[in-house]
Structures are given as structure tokens and as C-alpha cells.
Write a protein that binds this ligand. Sequence first.
Ligand code: GAR
Length: 191
Amino acid sequence: MKKRIAIFASGSGSNAQKIMEYFKYSSLAEVALVLSNNPDAYVLQRADNFEIPTHVFDRQAFYETDEIIDILKRLEIDLVVLAGFLWLVPQNLLKAFPNKIINIHPALLPKYGGKGMYGDRVHKAVLEAGDEEHGITIHFVNENFDEGEVIYQAKFKIESEDSLEIIKFKGQQLEHQHFPKIIENLLKKYN
Ligand code: GAR
């Protein structure tokens, strides 16, 4: 049976798009569900385009009930992928999917992680610090923001003339290039 992936995303979902494209014709795995805390998130449209079911939830359902766990279990989800999802994952969900929840972060963790470190704020901080390199991290999720065990990192050099838009773009390219493959490699290890 194919492995089943659930993607959580709060916004545009360009990473979700790449993952849905990558697994569309895969014999190993499929994206079974896309979830969002944001009813207006473009990722929901992207999922519709792939005819992948979606589920929108609110803060109360996420933090005070087992609704999300029940859905993920009912759909026999093997791996939960956070792709631009900005809420901290609660204990009950972590316990229900031990080592089965991964996240992508647009920086070389442990640098530039933690609450409030997302999107342009990350890249701005990198430029302000005068770093010579930047990159992305894919990691297991734990009870803190951006802190679980690192699975994979990819880097690029920052050129002196690089703007925020440029380093953001370079990071996104790396995310799109690597995230689906890392997911595939992880799933290959599951029985
Ligand atoms: C991605 O760059 C991802 O690394 C980042 O959100 C973006 C979502 O883009 N995640 C975080 O900052 C998590 N702390 P997308 O919606 O186009 O995939």
C-alpha cells in the first residue's frame, strides 16, 4: 500500500505544490490530505487542483481537541509534513505521530529559528548579521519552534550584492528541489 502524506500549510503552499507534483505518479507514496489553519490560504486551491482533499481547522480544534489526530488516523497518515505552517504543534499530536512530523525552515538552524522567525524576517536577520552563507533546514518537529533533530540542510553562498529578494529566492529554489526527495527518502525507510 502507498504511504500516505498529510501536508499542513498556512499560506501560499509553493512547497506543498512541489510535493503534490512529485508524488502525483509515485508508486511509493501519495498526498492524502492538505490541512490549513487559514481558510483563505492559496494552498487549498492548489490541493483542489490536484483533487486532494483539504481540511481547515481553527485554534480551538487544534489545541483543545483530538479532532486533527482523529482525521489523520482515520486517513492512515504515515508522515505529517509542515510546509509553511506557523503554529506550534501540540503535545497530543506529537505523541500520536512520534518522529513522523517534519518541518522545513528557511535558514540554517539552529541559526535564525524560534518563535516569530519566518518569512522575510529570517532573511532580513541573515543580511543584517552579514552572514556569508544561508540555506534551508528540514527537521523533525518537537514541542519547541524549529528545534527537532535535523534531517537535512542545503546551503548557498551569499554574494555581496544579494538583496533580500535574491536570498529568499535562492532558498526557495533549494526548498523546492530537496523537500520532496527528503520526504521520499524518509518514507522508503518506513515499513
Ligand atoms: C517556506 O519558505 C518555509 O521554509 C517557511 O515558510 C515558507 C512557506 O512557503 N517556513 C517557516 O518559516 C517555518 N518556520 P510556501 O507556502 O510557498 O511553501
